[in-house]
Design a protein around this ligand. Structure first.
Ligand code: ADP
Ligand code: ASP
Ligand code: MG
Length: 479
């Protein structure tokens, strides 16, 4: 008797989360192209959740007009709102929206609410982190209807939601909010229904909402993070971040024209890269994906058939390749605390760090001399004043001196292949010496995923190019 063949397992349709940033939402042509990338996959039966950013420049414009309203410059703020209104209406019109269409109505209503929120700030002359988040969220909320319109024209039925409506629930750290654990089941509940009804959710990225229902944002570049939160919640097959570059590159292509695409990166490597200034992804973007090992692809919108960069748990390193990328953070200050008061008094250092943690100040680098007579801290210049002010209390009455050096940058080399490889630091320092560049601070994490150095900011672009070449990363050098 012959056994009947096993019935073929029915594969559920693939599920992708696709994220489109500001450039890819920047004009009607760009939006039309982005929608076509969704349609390409949807046409093959793949279910897609779309996450969009504000049109390029809109977020900065909103931040500027919010500051102007606080300063009493309501005419300037209103002019800016009018410019943005015109930009969104023009895009809608170019995408074929009729004057009485839902899209035009949505855009009009959103601008009216924005105008009221900005007027409130003007009346109060007070811009709290909470009201800034509300105002800045309009950028993403305005671009979602434009994507929905472009999708409709490609025959893709969609449903627009804000991040909060999609289920992203955050803490109340307005400006850099983090998702609460219940986010994941909420997102699943809210989006699965839409997907099962054959609809493509179009989510306004960058934002969630707090338990009280206030809109919160996930930090600059946060739409990457929105997409990965949603990808994790839905156990998506992959998250695709479409970009205006070939993928994650071996350096910022604006500083290093010979930068090239990195085919494979681990979650850990990407986190180091993003943390040390590679603007291509939000520093926390891969964190939600780690638990279920969901791959992230960074793909070029201009060349959709190119594989881009695949990010997974495993670090894949070519033989002989120690460093994969060089990154830099500009606008850094070094704050040095020194004096006899630190010598042999470990509590001083403990007090310093406790204070900084309480103030939520991010330290980019830390170094302490072995004699314990000084501690140097590298922070973003924007938080330097706040850092010095915060240190006043733990330093009071302790015979200590605080010095600030501005105009600094942190340059980092990143790659899992550095672990256990000898001579990497020597090559880095050699390249910097070659360019006659002085090193102000050095640090290597014990994970050996990166080595970072603080240098004068004015040297950083040439240093990045030199180090990039020294590690054989220049496009023409590797065949
Ligand atoms: P999006 O709006 O799509 O999130 P971003 O402008 O935030 O796009 O990020 C993409 C940009 O990041 C690129 O255009 C590039 O200029 C910059 N960038 C900086 N470092 C890197 C890097 N290592 N790899 C790729 N892009 C980088
Ligand atoms: N529009 C937001 C920003 O400019 C979020 C993003 O682009 O990801 O930071
Ligand atoms: Mg971005």
């Amino acid at each position: 008797m012959t056994a009947s063949p096993e019935p073929e397992a029915v594969q559920p349709p693939r599920l992708l989360v696709m994220k489109f940033g500001g450039t890819l939402m920047g004009s009607s042509q760009a939006i039309r192209h982005s929608a076509s990338l969704v349609e390409r996959s949807a046409a093959h039966g793949t279910r897609v959740v779309v996450v969009v950013s504000a049109m390029t420049g809109v977020t900065n414009g909103l931040l500027k007009l919010a500051d102007a309203a606080e300063a009493g410059e309501i005419a300037f703020a209103n002019d800016e709102i009018a410019i943005q209104r015109h930009r969104h209406f023009t895009a809608a019109q170019e995408l074929g929206a009729a004057p009485d269409s839902e899209t035009v109505r949505d855009i009009r209503e959103l601008h009216e609410t924005l105008r009221q929120a900005v007027y409130g700030v003007y009346l109060l002359r007070e811009l709290t982190p909470r009201s800034r988040d509300l105002i800045v969220s309009f950028g993403e909320r305005l671009s979602a209807p434009l994507m929905a319109l472009a999708l409709a024209q490609d025959g893709v039925r969609s449903h627009g939601l804000t991040g909060g409506q999609a289920g992203i629930l955050t803490d109340s750290h307005f400006g850099s909010a983090k998702p609460l654990p219940s986010t994941y089941t909420r997102v699943k509940d809210r989006l699965e229904g839409l997907l099962n009804a054959g609809l493509t959710p179009v989510v306004a990225g960058f934002m969630g909402e707090t338990e009280k229902g206030a809109i919160s944002t996930l930090g600059r570049g946060g739409t990457d993070f929105s997409a990965t939160i949603i990808g994790a919640a839905l156990h998506a097959d992959e998250v695709w971040a479409w970009k205006d570059v070939d993928g994650v590159m071996s350096a910022d292509p604006r500083a290093v024209p010979r930068a090239q695409n990195i085919a494979r990166l681990s979650y850990g490597e990407v986190m180091e890269l993003a943390y040390f200034g590679a603007k291509v992804l939000h520093p926390l973007a891969v964190t939600p994906l780690q638990e279920h090992g969901i791959p992230l692809r960074v793909k070029s919108a201009a060349d959709p058939d190119f594989a881009g960069t695949l990010v997974t748990a495993k670090a894949v390193t070519e033989a002989g390749q120690s460093v994969k990328a060089v990154t830099a953070i500009k606008g850094v200050s070094i704050i040095t605390v020194s004096g006899a008061g630190i010598l042999g008094v470990p509590e001083v250092v403990a007090d310093l760090f406790n204070t900084l943690a309480r103030e939520n100040i991010t330290l980019l680098m830390v170094s302490q001399s072995s004699s314990m007579s000084n501690v140097s801290l590298a922070v973003q210049s924007a938080s330097a004043e706040r850092t010095v002010a915060a240190l006043r209390t733990p330093l009071a009455g302790r015979q200590l001196q605080v010095d600030i050096q501005e105009g600094v940058a942190v340059l980092a080399i990143v790659g899992a292949g550095m672990r256990g490889t000898k001579g990497v630091a020597a090559r880095l320092f050699g390249a910097l010496a070659q360019e006659d560049i002085n090193i102000l601070m050095i640090s290597q994490g014990s994970s050996e995923l990166n080595i970072s150095v603080a240098i004068e900011e004015r040297d950083v672009d040439s240093a990045t190019r030199e180090v990039h070449a020294a590690f054989g990363l220049d496009a023409a050098q590797r065949g």
